[in-house]
Design a protein around this ligand. Structure first.
Ligand code: HXC
Length: 256
């Protein structure tokens, strides 16, 4: 098991913790692979009833690893094994709970939005800031934001790259639960304890039923969003956006 991902299992709960605190737990390919494999194992393990995901350190995750995206082209994006990992993560049958403290941005936000329950610390920071890099999310972030928030609020996050606090995310219905700062994992664990005691077949069927009413109708949009993300990988604006991020300056975009 990679030390980028710390896992523990017991009493029906599988807990995975993203562990790249030096990069605000940015999801590089090795971490995404470890996470998707861990989720798949937990999903197939009859002793596990619930999966919990959180970050180590102060943050959940600040997105995909920008250093990996920097040189990636459209063709490489189309072939990217990361798509398989995302698909695996997002097709777990057992309930997944995300416990979010600190930054929950980009791919980190997409991961949290893919969970079935999400506990956000009041001062956590949610957003899809990809537009500032000349990109869009590619793992369904905009589909799920629009689905949960409606057009007006989704546009604020999508077009302006606005970040919202955990408290606002709760008020807007983006996440299912709120917690005081530092208490997200404790709150998530108490929810997990309830789910561990619930009827497993009914839990699995309930999850699938809700997803039929929500996720299933997003399928066209999910594919479209991924393709648009891939096309943008080869743009000059992406190169400028990521260069500016690294140089800690404002980007100048040209639409090419
Ligand atoms: C790689 C990252 C990173 C990221 C932060 N770091 N986010 N490295 N990928 N996504 C690194 C920084 O480079 C820095 O490394 C260290 O973590 C601490 O970050 P700072 O910027 O110094 O911290 P701070 O000033 O507190 O700002 C925090 C922040 C900022 C607001 C979260 O780091 C930020 O804006 N990060 C990028 C967020 C983002 O754009 N996410 C979307 C990524 S694209 P050094 O070595 O300098 O100390 C994406 C697409 C998904 O997610 C597509 C899915 C298919």
């Amino acid at each position: 098991m990679s030390s980028m991902l710390i896992t523990e299992a017991g009493e029906g709960l599988f807990h995975a913790r993203l562990n790249r605190p030096e990069a605000h737990n940015a999801l590089n390919t090795a971490l995404l692979q470890a996470l998707s494999e861990a989720f798949a194992r937990a999903d197939d393990d009859p002793s596990i009833r619930v999966i919990l995901i959180s970050g180590t350190g102060e943050h959940f995750a600040a997105g995909a690893d920008i250093n990996e995206i920097a040189d990636k082209t459209e063709a490489e994006g189309a072939d990217d094994v990361r798509k398989t990992y995302w698909r695996q993560l997002q097709s777990v049958r057992k309930p997944v709970i995300a416990a979010v403290e600190g930054y929950c941005l980009g791919g980190g936000c997409e991961l949290a939005l893919s969970a079935d329950l999400c506990v956000a610390a009041d001062d956590a920071s949610f957003g899809q800031p990809e537009i500032r890099l000349g990109l869009i999310p590619g793992a369904g972030g905009l589909q799920r934001l629009a689905d949960r928030l409606g057009k007006a609020r989704a546009m604020r996050l999508a077009l302006l790259g606005e970040r919202i606090s955990g408290a606002t995310a709760y008020d807007w219905g983006l996440v299912s639960h709120r917690a005081d700062r530092g208490e997200a994992v404790t709150t998530a664990r108490s929810l997990a304890e309830k789910l561990v005691k619930a009827a497993p077949l009914a839990v699995e069927a309930s999850k699938a039923a809700v997803l039929k009413a929500t996720e299933d109708r997003l399928n066209d949009g999910l594919d479209w969003e991924r393709r648009a993300f891939e096309r943008l990988l080869s743009s000059q604006d992406k190169i400028e956006g990521i260069t500016a991020f690294r140089e800690k300056r404002r980007p100048t975009f040209t639409g090419q």
